[in-house]
Design a protein around this ligand. Structure first.
Ligand code: GDP
Length: 324
């Protein structure tokens, strides 16, 4: 029988890769779509006719109940959020409403309409924030350092709570930073690869960044969505850290990205206080041992260098298409 999946955040980086994966696996895919004046379809243009869209908003419980009734899903992937850490200081209440409280809306919609559906919650390494131990694993205490991180901690614990309270098959994936050509331009990785290409083409002359010494455990989003799916195929629901187990600095990312097109980043990168965070997460390094053992996850499928290169190459291809 064809499996049915409902994805929130389907137009985003992870939602679009997950939709690709589930369609490949023969799922009937439903995507929750929030109304915007201009549709944001860039990431899913290629599958727009294969996905069934349901209009709704995470902050509106009645629209979620409707979506669950229409989709009648076997699996629900809750990926929608106000997902940018920097914005969460400018819009802390909205971040709380969308990134935190909406998780309860989604869980309630499932509990009321389809409590047997399997549920995936997109949790985040930002929950570890001012890290209490290194590397961070499933048992590491949380110490979030942004309104975004605080909101994600709420969503994580609600997921655990619905599992324990109602015996629902609810899983929380604690994903460390994961990037790709579909990453939003405001995130540092894509901001760098986009600038590298523009500088190479003579369209931009410098790249203004914040903290170059921040360390992140960066993986490839396309590899990470496989783990989301794997979590929901297990015999019992659980929480997993998904990470590469390697950490690199923003500076290192710059070095590799610029040198890929024959440039030296020190000639172009300028530090700008505007891009520093009110409270920084200095170091993230995940321990993916549980995912390796239980899910058969291979954290080194795409190396850091390959990731940087494929992002630069993709931005270069896009630039060429635009200029033809
Ligand atoms: P995050 O880990 O979810 O906050 O992902 P980001 O890609 O937004 O930021 C990763 C790290 O890069 C953080 O420690 C930022 O402080 C640092 N960073 C340095 N310069 C910049 C910048 O210009 N933009 C962004 N977004 N982050 C920057």
């Amino acid at each position: 029988m064809t499996k049915r999946a409902l994805i929130t955040g389907i137009t985003g980086q992870d939602g679009s890769y997950l939709a690709d994966l589930l369609l490949e696996k023969g799922y009937k895919v439903f995507g929750l779509r929030r109304r915007t004046s201009v549709p944001i379809m860039e990431n899913i243009q290629h599958i727009v006719n294969e996905v069934e869209f349901i209009d709704g908003d995470l902050t509106d419980l009645s629209s979620l109940i409707h979506a669950v009734k229409v989709a009648n899903p076997d699996e629900v992937y809750n990926l929608a959020a106000q997902s940018f850490v920097g914005t969460s200081w400018d819009q802390p209440i909205l971040t709380g409403q969308v990134t935190a409280l909406s998780v309860t809306n989604m869980l309630e919609a499932l509990r009321i309409v389809k409590p047997t559906a399997r549920y995936y919650q997109a949790s985040s390494s930002e929950m570890f924030g001012k890290v209490v131990e290194t590397p961070q694993k499933e048992t590491t205490p949380f110490y979030p350092r942004s309104p975004y991180g605080v909101a994600k901690v709420y969503g994580h614990w609600m997921t655990v709570n619905y599992r324990e309270s109602y015996n629902m098959f609810a899983c929380s994936g604690i994903l460390f930073n994961h990037e790709s050509p579909r990453r939003g331009i405001e995130f540092v990785t894509r901001k760098i690869t986009d600038a590298v290409v523009k500088i190479k083409c003579g369209l931009q002359h410098e790249l203004r960044l914040g903290n170059l010494d921040a360390l992140r455990d960066w993986g490839y989003a396309k590899d990470y969505v496989e783990c989301m799916w794997l979590m929901l195929q297990q015999d019992r629901p659980d929480d997993y850290v998904i990470a590469t187990g390697e950490t690199h600095s923003v500076r290192e990312f710059c070095e590799i990205a610029f040198s890929h097109v024959g440039l030296d980043y020190t000639n172009y990168v300028v530090t700008d206080p505007k891009f520093f965070r009110a409270a920084e997460v200095d170091l993230l390094l995940g321990d993916p041992a549980k995912a390796i053992n239980n899910l058969g996850w291979n954290p080194q499928k795409t190396t850091f260098k390959q990731l940087v290169h494929l992002m630069v190459d993709s931005d270069m291809e896009k630039a060429k298409r635009v200029s033809y």
